[in-house]
Design a protein around this ligand. Structure first.
Ligand code: F0G
Length: 489
């Protein structure tokens, strides 16, 4: 019998602050490799986590998206999936759960985050508009471009200060936002807050910041500007609020999520993260007319509005995963794992972006390999070498790979804008690894760094791909390739 959601939140004296509140039932084996083989693989597959065949990866922290382990409760719920085309029973369970999670009445399932973003951008955003954010995820900035609008990232100054260790460096820059909103109010149909801020070191956003963004919109609103939250990892952000923002320590993470969303008009979720599913997502909103306007957009590409591209069993799994993912004991354990990995890195002298976020550890590769400047891809290099050292895969987010978009000339691939930090994101899959894996991953990075200035610069490979369209330019990171100027050790 499935343990109920209420049972999973009972008061406890068990050591859930030190050990996971679950145990392991199925395991997944890895293919053994050797250093020589991994060197060959790296060379053959283009030196990046994105191109590596996953079968040759031992510890995979390229992404936390859809890569977690399902629970027995999810697998058993999947057996109850109702695969009727229209209005399946599984949709009712899904809808009820998403309503309880968001406290919003109107719900549309989607097969992942970006397909939930599509109808939102289609109904709200038009050419010439501007969409401010604390920092758009790649897909929402691409949707803005696709609509002929400009995505605008207003990063808070705390994030740019390396010595600042405050907990909410993912916030919107309120001063800039207020000025910008006053100047362009008639051109801003939508404001996006990404909680936490994935592309800025995974840093969390405070409740106060969300409240203030809402207050600014309300104060200067001219065209019914909508505030939407990108909530892929909202439960993990809620854990940081609970742990570090005054006034929240006695609230449940679900209560905190509800409050965060109470300031928004709507939200979209890639449930592949905090929803603890391998595939799925949804939109939630308050306005019935907007909801109805989204319907034909969903039917056009994802099928009927009660399944949105998902099977009945996916809806069941998501309904269970969303609540497991906001369970306080689970989130406490999740943070403990991230912190364990962060400590394993710091113990070895590896520079990380501090504080460690709630879902990933970001390695400051610029500081680890000071002989490589921002044009030479220190993170690209370190990430590749760490794979060679011990089968550990991660995502390089440095100026070489991410800094190619020049707002004035986005299709010019020769210029690189300097990123605030040269980072490697080590995103931690949920309920998947345990302490020895984190130690080994840190060891791989350490051994790679030990090569010091023997590690070569990387440069872009010019290939004969057709150029991306202007509206797709943000997706270049999926297609650009790089190689070292001399062989990796
Ligand atoms: N929003 C955020 C904040 C994300 O991190 C992602 C995906 C999406 C939206 C899009 O969701 O992939 O389900 O369509 N992030 C993954 C990552 C890919 O690795 O960070 P999706």
């Amino acid at each position: 019998m499935r343990i109920s959601n209420e049972d999973m939140l009972r008061e406890t004296d068990l050591p859930f602050d030190k050990a996971p509140p679950y145990r392991i039932k199925a395991v997944e084996y890895s293919i053994p490799t050797t250093r020589e083989k991994r060197k060959e693989i790296m060379q053959e597959y283009g030196y990046s986590g994105r191109l590596l065949p996953a079968k040759y990866v031992f510890i995979n922290m390229v992404t936390d998206s859809g890569t977690g382990a399902l629970s027995d409760r999810q697998w058993s719920a999947m057996m109850e999936g109702d695969e009727s085309y229209f209005n399946c029973r599984s949709y009712e369970i899904f809808e009820e759960t998403c309503q309880a999670f968001t406290k919003m009445p109107y719900i549309i399932p989607s097969h992942q985050g970006r397909s939930a973003e599509a109808p939102i951008y289609e109904i709200f955003v038009k050419p010439g508009d501007k969409v401010p954010s604390n920092t758009h995820f790649t897909t929402t900035s691409t949707w803005a471009f696709q609509r002929g609008a400009e995505p605008v990232d207003l990063i808070c100054p705390d994030y740019l200060d390396e010595e600042n260790y405050s907990w909410f460096k993912g916030n919107m820059n309120l001063e800039k936002f207020e000025d910008y909103f006053i100047e362009y109010a008639e051109k801003i149909p939508l404001v996006e807050l990404v909680v936490p801020n994935n592309l800025n070191g995974g840093q969390a956003v405070s409740m106060e910041n969300i409240k203030n963004v809402r207050a600014i919109i309300d104060k200067y609103n001219k065209i019914d500007t909508q505030l939407y939250l990108d909530i892929a990892r909202i439960s993990e952000n809620a854990w940081i609020i609970k742990s570090h923002e005054p006034g929240y320590k006695d609230k449940s993470c679900l209560g905190i999520v509800n409050e965060m969303l109470s300031y928004a008009d709507g939200c979209h979720m890639s449930a592949k993260k905090g929803g603890l599913v391998n595939m799925g997502g949804f939109i939630a909103l308050r306005n019935k007319i907007f909801w109805q306007r989204m319907h034909p957009k969903v039917i056009r590409t994802d099928g009927f509005i009660t399944y949105g591209g998902l099977a009945g069993r996916d809806l069941e799994s998501l309904a269970v995963g969303l609540i497991e993912g906001v369970n306080d004991y689970y989130l406490q354990d999740r943070q403990r794992q991230v912190d364990y990995f962060a400590n394993a890195c710091q113990k070895r002298g590896i520079h990380i972006l501090e504080p460690a976020s709630c879902f990933a550890v970001y390695i400051n590769a610029g500081k680890c390999l000071p002989h490589l400047d921002h044009t030479q891809g220190p993170a690209t290099c370190l990430s590749a070498q760490a794979y060679i050292e011990g089968g550990f895969a991660s995502t390089a987010m440095d100026s070489l790979q991410r800094g190619r978009i020049d707002a004035n000339n986005p299709q010019d691939s020769s210029k690189r804008i300097k990123a605030p930090y040269e980072l490697i994101r080590c995103a931690i899959p949920r309920r998947t690894y345990y302490e020895p894996h984190y130690d080994w991953a840190a060891e791989c990075l350490f051994r790679a760094i030990e090569w010091g200035d023997k590690l070569p610069a990387f440069k872009p490979i010019v290939d004969d791909r057709p150029p991306l369209e202007l509206s797709e330019i943000g997706l270049h990171t999926f297609f650009d390739d790089y190689e070292p100027v001399s062989p990796l050790p």
